[in-house]
Design a protein around this ligand. Structure first.
Ligand SMILES: Cc1ncc(COP(=O)(O)O)c(C=O)c1O
Length: 340
């Protein structure tokens, strides 16, 4: 099957598979006390700073849940975009697991701004309101847009001035950082992010995400939350080994850059076609588009993709580390044959 549905439709990058195979030797201490986890944690600290605490999770929902539990009491709340994965696509896991609530905010492009958040600060201190405590942003966003460093710094300053923590859902942080052309550290901890998930599965891993904690205040119960939410993997070496291969020699960057380039190529190839409108800025590896309605199902018969909004007819096309130029060209030719 060929697909532009999601970057998690793709398989495993060969170097990652090789790393799993390499870790499959002998016995190792279980529950993340193995030598692979130790080496990978050290590599994460080299990249993000010596104070970084690292935990692993099976999936992105789990990583978000662990991170949010670290930062919230049950009467506190998370401010997030309406489109945030934690709101729209996690079956209520963050609220069920933390007992906290989500305050969702409409945005034109998936991005929060201090201006959008200001109105909610009057709730702070009022016993009748859940207390805003976390700003959660996704980078890149669910609409394929990327926060600039200036935007990130402004959000983090606003958060800290208002006694809020910043959680970054980094399921696609690699694509965002590849687009920004800075280091992982510059795009996260240096901007003031307190806690984040670092995506693996959408960028060539078989399984695994990491939770990175930068703020000391959030570290105390993290390991207990990881275990209680069922994300402490007894054979963690197999997750850690994948992250080691991803981070070492910038495999993360090579894969994310490629996926972004394929999305840019796709955007440039469909821009200007009759009846085709690109609805969001193509900053990373996703495109949001409207195409003539009669072409949607015939195109979908050949390539999987999602309808993002039944109301507007907006579609989401996503590229992955293994999308090829030929895949894009064939997709575009099929689209053209349906609409021209
Ligand atoms: C922004 C974002 N966060 C988190 C996730 C993690 O999801 P999962 O629990 O399916 O790994 C996804 C997956 O689509 C996502 O798009």
């Amino acid at each position: 099957m060929k697909s532009f549905a999601s970057d998690n439709y793709s398989g495993i990058h060969p170097e990652i598979l090789e790393a799993i195979q390499h870790a499959n030797q002998s016995h190792e201490i279980s529950y993340a006390e193995d030598t692979y986890t130790e080496k990978t944690n050290a590599l994460f600290r080299e990249i993000f700073g010596a104070k970084t605490e690292v935990l692993y999770a099976f999936n992105g929902t789990g990583a978000n849940v662990i991170a949010l539990k670290c930062a919230l009491l049950p009467f506190e709340a998370v401010l997030c975009a309406e489109t945030a994965h934690i709101n729209a696509d996690e079956c209520g896991a963050p609220t069920q697991s933390t007992g906290s609530s989500l305050i969702t905010i409409k945005t034109p492009n998936g991005k929060l701004t201090p201006e959008l958040l200001k109105a909610f600060m009057s709730r702070k201190g009022n016993v009748h309101n859940t207390q805003p405590r976390v700003i959660s942003i996704s980078q890149s966003t669910e609409l394929g847009t990327v926060y600039s460093l200036t935007e990130l710094k402004a959000l983090c300053s606003f958060a800290h001035e208002n006694d809020l923590f910043v959680h970054l859902d980094g399921a696609r942080i690699s694509n965002a950082v590849a687009a920004l052309g800075v280091s992982l550290k510059e795009a996260t901890v240096d901007c003031g992010v307190d806690i984040m998930s670092f995506g693996g599965t959408k960028n060539g891993l078989m399984i695994g995400e990491a939770v990175l904690i930068f703020n000391d205040e959030l570290k105390k119960y993290a390991a207990f939350y990881q275990k209680q939410t069922a994300h402490l993997f007894s054979k963690n070496r197999f997750i850690a080994a994948q992250f080691y291969a991803l981070l070492k020699n910038d495999l993360w960057l090579r894969m994310a850059t490629h996926a972004n380039q394929m999305a840019a190529f796709l955007a440039e190839s469909v821009a200007g076609l009759p009846g085709v409108t690109i609805t969001q800025k193509v900053d990373a590896n996703a495109l949001f588009v409207i195409i003539p309605p009669h072409a949607v199902e015939p195109l979908r018969a050949k390539y999987r993709f999602y309808t993002w909004s039944e109301d507007t007819g907006e579609l989401r096309w996503m590229c992955s580390f293994d999308t090829t130029r030929e895949d894009v060209m064939d997709f575009v030719e099929t689209l053209k044959s349906l609409i021209i």
